[in-house]
Design a protein around this ligand. Sequence first.
Ligand code: ADP
Ligand code: SF4
Length: 688
Amino acid sequence: MSTDARYARLFEPVQIGPKTAKNRFYQVPHCNGMGRNFPSSMARMRGIKAEGGWAVVCTEQCDYHWTSDSVREIRLWDDQDIPMLARMVGEVHEHGALASLQLVHMGYYGRNLYSRESSMSPSGRPPGTDFPGYARTMDKQDIANLRRWHRNAALRGKKAGYDIIMVYAGHDISLPFHFLSRRHNQRNDEYGGSMENRARLLRELIEETKEAVGDTCGVSVRLAVDELMGESGLTCDREGRDIIEMLGELPDLWDVNCSDWSNDSVTARFAEEGFQEDYTGFVKQLTSKPVVGVGRYTSPDRMAALIKRGVLDMIGAARPSIADPFLPNKIQEGRIEEICECIGCNICVGYSNNSVPIRCTQNPTMGEEWRRGWHPEHIPPRGTDDKILIVGAGPAGLEAARVLGKRGYDVVLAEAEREPGGRVTREAKLPGLASWSRVRDFRTYQISQMANVNLYLESRLGIDEVFASECSMVAIAIGAEWRRDGVGRAARDPVPGLAAMAVYTPDDVMAGAEIEGPVVVYDDDHYYMGGIIAEQLRAKGLEVTLVTPGAVVSSWTDYTLEQGRIQAGLHEIGVEIIPLHSLHQAQAGGVTLSYAYTGAVQEVAAASLVLVTALQPNEALYEMLLNRQREWADHGIQRITAIGDCFGSGTIAHAVWSGHKFARTLGAPEYERDEVPFRRENMEIAGT
Ligand code: ADP
Ligand code: SF4
């Protein structure tokens, strides 16, 4: 298929100093939890982006000195680190893309847990994390050292084969940015005071990098031009603008965004596609150099318009490239309907923040490219003649059907409800979660194109129907339900007294139950559901109190960069929050809570209680089928398995991955074999 004329401009080459990017798709840096601990996984993941058509593929944060030691990201402290990075460059070059290196010194944000060095800042201050310590003031020698380290790292980057070396002043976690910021820089020498002085270090780093490697490498700058904190920070109409005005022509490319990371990578719940344009849109007017910007862009029309309107020269993307590494190729080949759009959930960020290989709700192959050999576009053809029945068309069932269909299997997908999608169809109706439906829509479209996959709606199957299906393989994917008994992290046994009041679960709220206020929402789940149910009920005008044993609301969303916004939002709409309390008991007219540290109890009056404590797998059907295993053969059934939330409930990402794994490995059930089902990156034992 050929490129739609509307999108042709997205495939024009862009000059970046001495290098030419083959099109306008630029994968900006993104952490991935692999880094120096899982370098083969990291390299293959980047290579697949290049294969998918991204003209520039950046690394994640690369620590270039041990006074800024993130432990989990990649590093380039000396020549010993070059081979690891060269491996990534090789994978990227293999597909004709440019490899870009993000050189980072975190300044006062560096925890330096491995190197044990003190962190540094323009003007001494407590660290940016909760670690004990102090970031010492940099003297002139420190600044000279930093410039030398940066220059040496750029030279090593060139030696590793990188095409573009990035000087990083993005977000609030880089030393050059700290020098730019009035908040962090109170120096009274030539590196402090006026904007020109505060920009001196950044100017020197750009000039010195160009001088060191500019003959063969492009030199880019990543800069946060607005911190979204008004006059306390850089803003796009004042200092952010001043910097571009001053340094506009120095680098070969500007990669501009908003700071901090929670603003740059804001979730779909809190911002729409393209939200950064208001802040970064001015940059192109002030420089002749190419400008890259981000905004969770997945719509090719939107992308083409950005180029046409002269807002950007290259479409920057982290999350859209994670959800669909082949996004550029799909646009180029006219396969727009096949784009797997990012849903803006930040599961990718959440797991990277847990220092484990990245995963993605939409793309179950993310992080599995090297260790399991999973490719997002290529799936081995079927290896057996099985006909497969999948019971339940939620994320797990839909993904299993999609992948099995692609492999060429005959698939029957039976869904009890009138609509497919399971939990994503339900949850997409909650405030801010409309994009969850993309999980369903991407898969139902693909399935609709396959003659060998048949989806039957309003088909609730029981044992008899499974036995009558004439399928040799059966996957039960009937999901999970929220518990009604209060059992969660805090309570191991059912909470007493629940029969005395009106008790609901998120399933009831999503099904439209009429709930009387005042209502207590008890969140012992700690991810997004508790906070969002409170928001939904408050929006209906009910008096809402959110109680949680956690110290903060929706504590796991700290990893997905949402916690601050969630708690602030609940305060704003008038939800009362009682943290550090568990549900002791319920009684007519209210609940009794118990304080986490002393056990002291307090009563809260309420007409209704919504329990958000745990998603319990729907195990009954699978268990009944297992109990009648002797009858399987009579019905031509060889194997029955459970996948997704009904096997082990969790995130939507987990359900999709579970469905994908089943469909890839069909015929080779992992748990029945003894070997580890994926490659591991064993550390070399160095020296003696
Ligand atoms: P997962 O996240 O594992 O995909 P979901 O709960 O999102 O799980 O989806 C499970 C789907 O299974 C729901 O759409 C539900 O309506 C459907 N379902 C539940 N029981 C049956 C059944 N007995 N027969 C067919 N479909 C079922
Ligand atoms: Fe997008 Fe969510 Fe995937 Fe991250 S995990 S890339 S936010 S769909």
